[in-house]
Design a protein around this ligand. Structure first.
Ligand code: HEC
Length: 96
């Protein structure tokens, strides 16, 4: 079941990247492979949409610096510059 849900989210992320590539900033579509885009998906990984912009920026910077415990986010956050983090955080904060 978890695998099915994860696969479904993964497909959505790929579809979103293809169909709405002009909308989300670089890298933002990759997040929904793990962070659910829909409120109807139950997952231990939090939804990003609607989180405070500053909270997303702070979390990513702490993950990147190794100051916040992580299983995967430390490695993911290292792939983004400060500008990219700002753009991704602003975009998710503006989503419903
Ligand atoms: C491979 C799965 C995966 C991907 C892809 C992913 N995340 Fe995460 N994210 C997690 C997990 C798991 C956690 C919990 C911390 C940990 O274990 O690393 C987390 C935690 C977070 C948190 C902290 C949430 C909180 O309030 O505790 C933020 C913010 C976040 N991710 C943002 C992002 C952004 C932005 C992206 C895309 C650039 C992204 N994540 C991509 C799995 C993922």
């Amino acid at each position: 079941m978890v695998k099915v849900v994860a696969a479904a989210i993964g497909c959505w992320a790929i579809a979103a990247a293809v169909t709405a590539s002009a909308e989300p900033p670089a890298g933002a579509a990759s997040c929904t492979g793990c962070h659910p885009a829909s409120t109807r998906v139950t997952s231990p990984v939090v939804r990003l949409s609607g989180l405070e912009r500053d909270a997303i920026v702070k979390a990513l910077q702490e993950f990147r610096a190794g100051h916040r415990a992580a299983t995967v986010m430390d490695r993911i956050a290292k792939g983004f510059t400060d500008d990219e983090i700002q753009a991704i955080a602003a975009w998710y904060a503006a989503q419903r």
